[in-house]
Ligand binder design. Structure first.
Ligand code: HEM
Length: 218
C-alpha cells in the first residue's frame, strides 16, 4: 500500500504540485500588478527604480531597520532560508531525481551537510514559533495559521531528515517526506508563503514610495 502512495506522490502528484505552485504564484503576481495599476490610476508614473532596488538589497543583505531592532529574528530568518533553499536545490537525492526525469543536473552538496543544514533550519523554525508564542506583542498578532505555516515548512524537513537518518520506518518516512513537500508546494500560492514571489514586488513598491518621501528605502 505504501508503495502505491509513494509512486503517486513522486509521479503525478509532483507534477500537480509544481503546476499549482507556479501558476498560482504567477496569478498572484498578475493580480498584484492589476491592483497596483488600478490604485495608481490618474497619478503620475513616478516609480523610483533605484530606491526599489536599494530597499530589496537592504532586506536581503540585511541592512534594514528590522535587522537592527530584531537581530535574533533576522539570524533565524537567514538560518531558515539559506539551508531551505540550499537543501531543496542541491541535495544529491533531489538532483538525481531531476536528472532521471528531465536529464538536467548540477553539482550537489555532501549528504552530511544536508543533515546539518536541515537541523539549522528546524532550529530556526522552532525559534520563530517560540517567539510567536512567547513575545507579548508578537503573540497578540499571531493567528493559528501563522503557526500552521511554520509547521507546514517544518514537516518536509523533519521527515526528510528522518528518512535520511533511517529513523523509524524508511518507506513510510520517505513517503511522508514527498507528500508533505508536495502539499507545501501546493499551498505556497494560497498562504503567506507566496512572499517568495510577492516579497520582490511589494518591497519594490514600498522602497519606491519611501524613497519619494525621503524617509530611507528600508
Ligand atoms: C526568494 C525567496 C524568498 C524570499 C526573498 C523570502 C523572504 C522572506 C522575508 C523577508 C521574511 C520575513 C523575515 C524573516 O523572517 O526572515 C520571510 C519569512 C519567512 N519565510 Fe521566506 N522568503 C523566500 C522563500 C521562502 C520559502 C521557499 C519558504 C518556505 C517554503 C519560506 C518560508 C518562510 C517562513 C516560514 C518565514 C517566517 C514566517 C513567520 O515567522 O511568520 N520563504 N521570508
Amino acid at each position: 500500500m505504501i508503495h502505491v502512495v509513494y509512486n503517486f506522490a513522486v509521479g503525478p502528484m509532483v507534477w500537480l504540485a509544481f503546476t499549482i505552485c507556479i501558476t498560482g504564484l504567477a496569478y498572484r503576481l498578475i493580480r498584484y500588478r492589476r491592483k497596483a495599476v488600478a490604485a495608481k490610476k490618474g497619478l503620475p508614473g513616478d516609480f523610483r527604480t533605484t530606491w526599489a532596488v536599494r530597499s530589496m538589497l537592504y532586506y536581503l543583505l540585511p541592512l534594514n531597520r528590522t535587522a537592527k531592532s530584531s537581530p535574533w529574528s533576522t539570524v533565524a530568518g537567514f538560518a531558515l532560508h539559506i539551508p531551505l533553499l540550499v537543501v531543496a536545490f542541491f541535495l544529491s537525492a533531489h538532483v538525481i531525481m531531476l536528472e532521471q526525469s528531465w536529464g538536467v543536473a548540477w553539482p550537489t552538496i555532501p549528504d552530511v551537510w544536508a543533515d546539518v543544514l536541515t537541523i539549522i533550519a528546524l532550529a530556526a523554525l522552532g525559534f520563530l514559533a517560540l517567539k510567536r508564542l512567547l513575545h507579548p506583542a508578537l503573540r497578540g498578532l499571531t493567528e493559528p495559521k501563522d503557526l500552521l505555516v511554520l509547521l507546514l515548512v517544518a514537516l518536509p524537513l523533519l521527515t526528510g531528515l528522518a528518512a535520511h537518518r533511517q529513523w523509524g520506518d524508511y518507506p513510510l518516512m520517505l513517503t511522508l517526506h514527498v507528500l508533505s513537500a508536495n502539499i507545501l508546494l501546493m499551498l505556497i500560492p494560497f498562504t503567506k508563503l507566496s512572499h517568495m514571489a510577492l516579497f520582490f514586488v511589494s518591497r519594490a513598491a514600498t522602497g519606491s514610495d519611501f524613497g519619494k518621501r525621503q524617509v530611507g528605502a528600508w
